[in-house]
Design a protein around this ligand. Structure first.
Ligand code: CAO
Length: 629
């Protein structure tokens, strides 16, 4: 056992760098290369990895401290005195520049593409293979994506050609020189001349009181790069190095810093513009008097570039990150990796770190929030669904308002409706069904029904007809299994009936509809509807439905699009029957037409099934004698 003091490694000469996150606590067991703290300069944020494995016994700094190379960070109890506490190699290195994949001559017309210089990183994970054998690629197309614990980077094709074979797969570990793939090319170039990392554009360190153009510096030859954020506005005072705009290509995002201190006189680009090297961003009036100062390098910094080489842009970084929907996403590599592992879009995460930086805890908190929100309900779309929330409005500003608390049932209905609407790809089909004969029969049977103590409305007929259609077209009597891989076919026919109650919508379920007569169904429908309105339904009386009928016939309307009552896959909406002139081949005849709308879950049911179900249902309602067949 030995106690090692871990110190801040070479961080590119940066001094008094803020400690913005301590990633470990006393008592934690850490592995070599685990991130222990996050530092942030004005140019970059960087995870400092532990050079040794062991148990953290003492923290020697706290968040908010400022540190330079050599500052003690923490003490680790290790198995034995081993690695130097201040590694020779800088612990934080710049992620590699976007050098195209290296290439070696293979057989005639074929080039063996290898991993280029990736900043000395070794055994870097291949997290994505972007091409397939046989695929034509253009020079610069991404071949693979690599990810170390410090950065993710795309390896672009060194020239155009066809992928002949691929030498690696996702999950492999590679270093500089590892074989990537073989590329055939009619004009295979001579062995690659490795591209130099893009040079910083010369720029005046001070404009010396003069008005100078702010230009996009050398951004590695990238063209048509999108401006995703303009960080300043006209009249702003900026210091040399302050970010003016953020650019994002499909391979990297990079901040363009001010080349000198001064005042922004004008801006000539806006978010969404596409730019390339030399594009004029705006004009800057320099501080003080005098001629422009001597040329000094100024270059974009990437979000992940470590200060050790921050003056060199590395636009190949970040490609594997989920593309932020906002240029404001501000997070270190370890946080980005965690977010990617958890499938979190950082643009949706609320930051709590200094200067709006997203921390690991923010990502974890976001995931926790999403998980806790699941099943809890609420009428809004779940966090993380990507659906923007409906903004809160103070309606009192427009006139008098009254706040009424939603009943439990209304809240539950809101949750279920949102869930079903968002989860189910709905299709709604409409038809007008001739129920002239059915209505005549119903009226004829009314007296008998009353003698039997029941009220015969159209609903029992609809129940009976739907049961027959579910039997004839069993594709509607199913549910999607939660595993997403099975369909559950039901051998029973229970039908739910939407009931409008003062407390909200309730759906009691009538069991074994296919085995019951019209009077029995009428009686049960009335009893359950009354129980629903009196708030006396038992949970079991609302469970086990295979299909739902939502009748607005007594209320009115000519059609609507009912929402499927998951896990059922179909619902019949019934509107008000009306006398309509129907062409019988010779004349228009007055017929009682019932407008029906059938919504179904298109994951489980296809249009053909729905057409057959609906046609059968219509035939039964048009001629109820068919129910006897
Ligand atoms: N067209 C014309 N008249 C109709 C009709 C239709 N489609 N459906 C019912 N009627 C008539 C009935 O025949 C009855 O008249 P008679 O007494 O002369 O026979 C009258 O309207 C009243 O019927 P009812 O509402 O008492 O009974 P019902 O069986 O038609 O409906 C129930 C029962 C529980 C379905 C209904 O009361 C109800 O709550 N409907 C609302 C359902 C709902 O809210 N759906 C929307 C859910 S999604 O938001």
């Amino acid at each position: 056992m030995a106690i090692e003091t871990i110190k801040v490694p070479d961080i590119g000469g940066a001094e008094n760098v803020d400690v913005i996150e301590i990633s470990v606590a006393v008592g934690d067991t850490i592995n070599a290369e685990d991130s222990i703290i996050v530092l942030e300069s004005d140019k970059a944020s960087m995870d400092i990895p532990s050079p040794v494995a062991g148990k953290v016994v003492k923290l020697l700094i706290k968040e908010g401290d400022q540190v330079s190379e050599g500052a003690p960070i923490l003490e680790v109890e290790t198995e034995s005195a081993g690695a130097s506490s201040t590694p020779d190699e800088p612990a934080v290195t710049e992620a590699p520049a976007p050098a195209p994949a290296a290439e070696k001559a293979g057989s005639a017309g074929e080039i063996n593409v290898t991993v280029p210089d990736i900043g000395g990183s070794e055994n870097v994970d291949v997290i994505e293979v972007c091409v397939k054998v046989g695929q034509e690629v253009n020079e610069g197309d991404s071949l693979i994506v690599l990810e170390s614990d410090k950065a993710s980077m795309e390896v672009p094709a060194p020239h155009s050609g066809k992928v002949v074979s691929i030498a690696l797969k996702e999950g492999d570990k590679v270093s500089e020189g590892s074989d990537v793939l073989v590329l055939s090319s009619e004009a295979a170039p001579a062995p690659a001349e490795k591209e130099e990392p893009p040079k910083a554009a010369p720029a005046p360190a001070s404009a010396g009181g003069q008005t100078v153009d702010l230009k996009v510096p050398d951004i590695g030859g990238a063209e048509g790069v999108e401006v995703i954020e303009v960080c300043v506005k006209e009249g702003d005072e900026v210091s040399e190095g302050d970010s003016i705009v953020v650019l994002e290509s499909d391979k990297a995002s990079m901040e363009i810093p001010a080349e000198a201190s001064g005042k922004i006189v004008s801006l000539s680009i806006k978010v969404g513009d596409k730019v390339a090297q030399g594009h004029i961003i705006g004009k800057l009036k320099g501080e003080g008097a005098g001629a422009p100062a001597a040329e000094a390098p100024a270059a974009p910094k990437t979000e992940k570039a470590a200060p050790a080489q921050a003056a060199q842009p590395a636009p190949a970084l970040q490609a594997a990150e989920p593309a932020p929907t906002s240029g404001d996403v501000y997070a270190g590599p370890a946080v980005r990796k965690l977010a990617r592992q958890m499938g979190v879009d950082l643009a949706e995460v609320k930051s709590s770190g200094p200067k709006g930086r997203i921390t690991k805890d923010d990502v974890r908190g976001f995931v926790k929030g999403v998980m806790q929100g699941r099943g809890k309900g609420g009428s809004a779309a779940p966090a993380g669904s990507g659906i923007p929330a409906i903004p809160a409005v103070d309606f009192a500003q427009f006139g008098e308002v009254e706040m009424v608390k939603m009943s439990k049932i209304k809240k539950l209905t809101a949750t279920n409706m949102s869930r079903n609407w968002l989860n189910i790809p709905h299709v709604t089909q409409f038809d007008d069904v001739d129920i002239t004969e059915m209505e005549a029969f119903r009226k004829a049977m009314k007296a008998d029904a009353e003698k039997a103590g029941v009220r015969l409305t159209p609903v029992p007929f609809l129940l009976k007809a739907c049961a027959a259609a579910l039997k004839a077209e069993p594709s509607f009597n199913v549910s999607m299994h939660a595993d997403g891989e099975h369909i559950v076919h039901k051998k029973f026919i229970n039908i739910g009936m939407a009931v409008d109650t003062p407390n909200g919508l309730m759906v009691p379920v009538i069991r074994d509809v296919d085995k019951k007569g019209l009077f029995e169904l009428a009686e049960e429908a009335v009893t359950l509807a009354k129980k629903a309105r009196d708030g006396k339904l038992l949970p079991k009386e609302m469970q086990g439905g295979c299909f739902t009928i939502s009748s607005l016939g007594a209320i009115g309307g000519t059609g609507f699009t009912p929402i499927v009552n998951a896990p059922e896959v179909g619902i019949l909406g019934v509107s008000r029957a009306d006398m309509k002139p129907v062409w019988n081949g010779n004349d228009f005849e007055p017929r009682l037409m019932l407008p029906l709308c059938l919504s179904y879950d298109h994951r489980a049911i296809n249009g053909g099934d729905a057409g057959r179900f609906f046609t059968y249902l219509a035939s039964v309602l048009s001629d109820v004698r068919r129910l006897l067949l």
